[in-house]
Design a protein around this ligand. Structure first.
Ligand SMILES: N[C@@H](CCC(=O)N[C@@H](CS)C(=O)NCC(=O)O)C(=O)O
Length: 245
């Protein structure tokens, strides 16, 4: 079914799961516009509109509301079958769905926690991550409010130094898992599937952090992330994150 009314994607600039949802809309050739919200401040707005606290959320042209990157990808795949984001073959589909679920529940929070932790340590990185944002906030308001927002977001997402050490220690094993799925063909095919769309934005966000780059160097996971998402606003300078536990 072709959806003709423009959809509205509720998103935060630079949010990796929002990229997942937006790329799915693009791959399905859907007309949409982005309603951008300010990080952390988006929580009450999301609650009022969707009775959920996170982005991405999608209001379809039909009025239907879908919240969550995985739910959005799956709903779009149901409504617009081509190109498929989930394989038809049940066995292959189960493997892609499993990788996608892990990408959402386990990997996705890691770059989120690290990014907010790093931004608290290096508030000068915040405007670099905000490059390309279309929020009509005067610069001085952004400058004053951004460090406070980063602290709230770090707290809400369970960031902090001790957690960052643990996350960095766990990352090599997590990246091995992604590389394994690429080697097995679960991910990394010529046409992106739901697992690619879920996992590549997380790896791409990790690649903006100089302290993490050595862990990514030479990995198929990095090559896939850069192939699917060549550019990503933001750069976290070396030393913003603590050493691994
Ligand atoms: N895993 C879910 C949730 C995504 C999520 O946590 N999004 C963040 C932005 S990247 C958010 O909205 N956080 C709200 C908060 O700070 O509580 C998904 O993929 O949709």
């Amino acid at each position: 079914m072709l959806l003709t009314m423009p959809h509205v994607l509720y998103a935060i600039h630079g949010s990796h799961p929002c990229l997942t949802a937006e790329r799915a809309l693009q791959l399905k050739g859907q007309p949409y516009r982005v309603h951008e919200m300010a990080p952390a401040l988006h929580v009450p707005e999301q609650w009022l509109r969707f009775r959920k606290l996170t982005v991405p959320a999608l209001q379809l042209g039909s009025g239907e509301k879908v919240v969550g990157s995985r739910a959005i990808v799956h709903r779009l795949d149901e409504l617009v079958p081509e190109p498929p984001l989930l394989p038809q073959d049940p066995e292959r589909r189960a493997r892609v769905v499993e990788a996608e679920r892990w990408g959402d529940e386990v990997l996705q929070p890691v770059p989120r926690r690290l990014a907010w932790t790093g931004m608290c340590a290096r508030p000068d990185a915040i405007p670099v991550y905000a490059e390309g944002s279309r929020l009509p906030l005067p610069r001085f308001v952004q400058r004053l409010s951004a460090p406070r927002i980063a602290r709230v977001a770090r707290w809400r997402n369970g960031g902090g130094e001790a957690q960052a050490r643990e996350d960095l220690a766990a990352l090599p094993g997590q990246l091995d898992r992604v590389d394994g799925w690429i080697a097995e063909g679960v991910m990394g095919g010529a046409e992106p599937n739901a697992a690619d769309l879920q996992i590549a934005p997380s790896v791409r966000l990790l690649a903006t952090m100089e302290d993490v780059r050595p862990l990514l160097a030479g990995r198929p996971a990095l090559a896939l992330a850069v192939r699917l998402f060549p550019s990503y606003a933001g750069r976290m300078p070396q030393g913003a994150l603590p050493a691994a536990a």
